[in-house]
Each structure stands twice: as C-alpha cells, then as structure tokens.
Design a binder for this molecule. Sequence first.
Ligand code: NAD
Length: 491
Amino acid sequence: MNILKNYINGVWVESVSSETIEVTNPATQEVLAKVPFGEATKTDVAAATKAASDAYNQWRNVPVMKRVQVLYKLKSLVETNIDELAEIITIESGKTRAESIGEIQRAIENIEVACGTPMLMAGDFIEDIASGIDEMMIRQPVGVAACITPFNFPSMIVFWFLPYAIATGNAFIVKPSEKVPLTMMKIFEFIDQLDLPKGLLSLVHGGKDSVDAILEHPEIKAISFVGSTPVARYIYSKGTANGKRVQAQGGAKNPVLILPDADVEMSAKIIADSVYGCAGQRCLAASTIITVGDEKGEIKEAIYESVTSRTTGFGLDQGVHMGPVITAESKTRIERLIAQGVSEGANLLLDGRNPSISGYDNGNFLAPTILENVALDKELIKTEIFGPVMSLISMKTIEDAIKFVNSGKYGNMACLFTSSGASARKFRNEANAGNIGINIGVAAPMAQFPFSGWKDSFFGDLHGQGKHAIEFFTQTKVVIERWPKKWSRKF
Ligand code: NAD
C-alpha cells in the first residue's frame, strides 16, 4: 500500500515516522493510501521549517511583481487539471463531482485575488508630515507561516491562505487533514513545477503531533487553522501563548429564517441545497430552519417536496445530489443524534437512516433527514451535527427568531428569506453572525471578502481571504525620515 510522502525542501521524501493511518473512500471503504502519523512526524515539521526559513530569506527579496508570476502558472495548472483534481476530491471526501468542481473554482478565485497583491500590500506615505520629515508605513512578510486544514474542503481551504502568504513574501507549510491528504498530494505536484526557491512551500502529513510541532516551533510565526471549535480554541490559545499570530476558524450551527412573504418555491430549493449539499458537511450548511408565521404550513410542504427529490449515492455516479459522510464514526454519531432527538419528542418527518444505495453497501450513507418540533434546549438545536439533518422549527415573529439566532454559541452564518427590504435590513443589522445571507442559502464570501465567522466560530482578528489575508501575512513597519534642506547638494 502506498505510504504518502511529504514534500520538503523541494523534493518528495518519506516521513521519519513508521506509524501510519489509512485513507479510505467513504462511499466504499476502499483503502486509498496510508498517511504518516504519530510522534515522529514532529521531526518532519522541523525539517520543513528549516527549509522554509532558508527559502524565506531568498524569497522576501524577490519583487512582489515577480512573486505573483508563480500564481498565474499555478492557476493555469489547477484549471488544466480540474477534472482529475475533482475526481480525487470526490473519492477521498465523498462529495459529488459538481461539488468538487465548485470548491476548486473557489480555490482558483483566491489565486486570482492574490495576484493583485502588488496593489493590495501597498503601504502609505506622507511627505512633510512635519517640515522636512516624511513618514511611511510599509508591509513586510512575517516569515514562515503554516496552515492546518479540515477534511471537508480538501482543496479550497488551503487556498484561503497559501496564495496570499507567498505573494506577500512568506514561506508556507501545509498540514492537510489526515482524512483527505490526496488532493494536496496532487496540488503539490503542480507546485513542484513552479519556479520557487526550494523549501518555500512544503507539505507535511500527520495529525495532532505534527500540529503540536507547528504550534511549538519558534521559527513559525503565523498559523491559519480551520476545523472544529475545540481544536480551533486549542490552536488559538497555544499558538498565541507561543507568540504566534493565529487565525482559527471553528465549527458552526447555522440558522435560516423564512418569512411568509418569501418566494416559497425558490427558498425551499435553496434551503434544501444548503442543508444537504456536501451531505451537510459544510461550515456554512443551514442546520436549523425557522419558519416564521407559516400558519398554513406552505413553507414546510415546499421544503419537504424539495428535499425528497434528492438522490443519495457515490459522488462520481450520474444524477447523484449527495454523497456519504466522511467516516463510519461520523455516520454513527449522526444516527445517535437523530435517535436522541426522537426520544426527546421531535417528530421525524423524514428518516434518512439506513438508506439502500445499490452497489455501495459499505458506504457511510445517510439520506436527507428532517426533524420538526425540536425543543430549543435540546442537543439537536445546540450541537453542530455536520450531516444531512434539518431541524425544522416555527416561530411567531421575526423578533423571536432573531433572539433565537443570537442565543446560539456559534456565529458563522445566519440567513433570511424574504421579499421585504425592511425585514432584510433589520436582520442584517441585528443578527450576530459573521456571514449573512439574504435569500442566499450558503453565504460563502467570495475571495475578495474575509471569511468572517463570529463567536465560537472564529478565534483571532484577521480572517482568511482577500485583504484580511494580506494583512495577516504581513507586519507593518512605520518609517519616519528627516532630510534637512541644508544636506541637498548641487551636482
Ligand atoms: P478537526 O478539528 O477534527 O480537524 C482539523 C485539523 O486539525 C486536521 O488537520 C486535524 O489533523 C487537526 N486536529 C484534529 N484534532 C486535533 C487536536 N486534538 N490537536 C491538534 N490538531 C488536531 O475538523 P474536521 O473534522 O476535519 O473538520 C470539520 C470541522 O471543521 C467542522 O466543525 C466544521 O464546521 C469546521 N469547518 C469550519 C470552517 C470555517 O470556515 N469556520 C470551514 C470548514 C470546516
């Protein structure tokens, strides 16, 4: 069985660790590869960091216009190979081919925005801030930076950070999720073709041990993390305690409101896409749907119709809308949450447990599930499920619904469906979440905008993507200069 190599100092090398874990296809349980794991991966991180430090000292002196040239080539390589990449993403993560293509397009958009770094990292200059004195603020790279990423977007999430990090002059280490390392193996085949100093970009595998090595290494100055909230909190507290800059995006529990004046058919379809896209394994998946003043039950009916028309199966097969969840443990956990909801009084409107998927008896499949009348103090309402499960609840007024939105501990996304500008404006202003959707089901910021989680969905100050990423990967330096006129020479 293929044991995955690290990419360190511009070459593919075996991990120092002899411990491995298996990477599996969640639709079939086929073992795809083995990935290095365990304590010894700390040595791999040390080797990658040493190479990164050396490369950084060269790269920071390359003019920014030249640095972004490699991004044009990287974009072209990703675009040319999009079908092959999408297939790898589907095989290791379970999402459908269309979803895999969609996430690669989001990755490409980030490369494109980072190509604007020559403008985005421009500083400020004031001549004669006092007589004969000029002052400027310049941006310089932070040094060696690293990202630690989750399983659910094997390509896109790395690109919220990597293109900005290198365009601004840093060296960068990628530690992908051990559940989906194959996509980054392919991306690093492209990176190997770029004209970069050896060691500038490294790929290091592993789990908690390699992450701890990143958190502890004094030469790593900045860490970008995306994953579950407990780990995000840990990364933020340990990383900042060690003097690093940290941006840590965590989990979510996203509420969506529908008002009686919404376009019911359109809203129902968009909401179903949000809840069940990527099998509910998106940090921007709608989870709790609140119908407001739906006295005749029209909205509920439309949602039910839209959900039941979806097909579950292997993501590379034709006509499949939803793939499996990532692991058997994840499937069992979701089934437990559904059973618990029912035992606590929720009505199971649609039961997606144990679907029969012909030809894929061993896959981690769950079909769409809807529970209604879930009590607000129950786990189903409070916990991130990260699976294809909708909790459908009803409230009388928009005020009650916004109060509910703001009572949650997460703040990744909140959405509203309405045709009223006044209601939309009120919601946009009052809902406590970093990403707001109005008649949008997955309010994913485009690459120009920061990926803006709040509350327990984010730890730090500057988010991923766009100008925030440029700021995160640079430190400001303010220079004040005196040039007395009497020093002027005549030539
Ligand atoms: P995870 O937290 O289990 O793992 C994320 C990364 O952290 C992986 O690389 C993993 O190796 C590492 N890790 C895991 N446990 C660790 C530990 N104890 N110490 C140090 N490192 C550790 O997350 P996941 O299951 O891969 O991804 C799903 C989660 O990610 C969900 O909670 C989802 O909401 C969240 N997510 C958030 C965003 C966002 O933008 N806020 C985006 C995508 C996913």
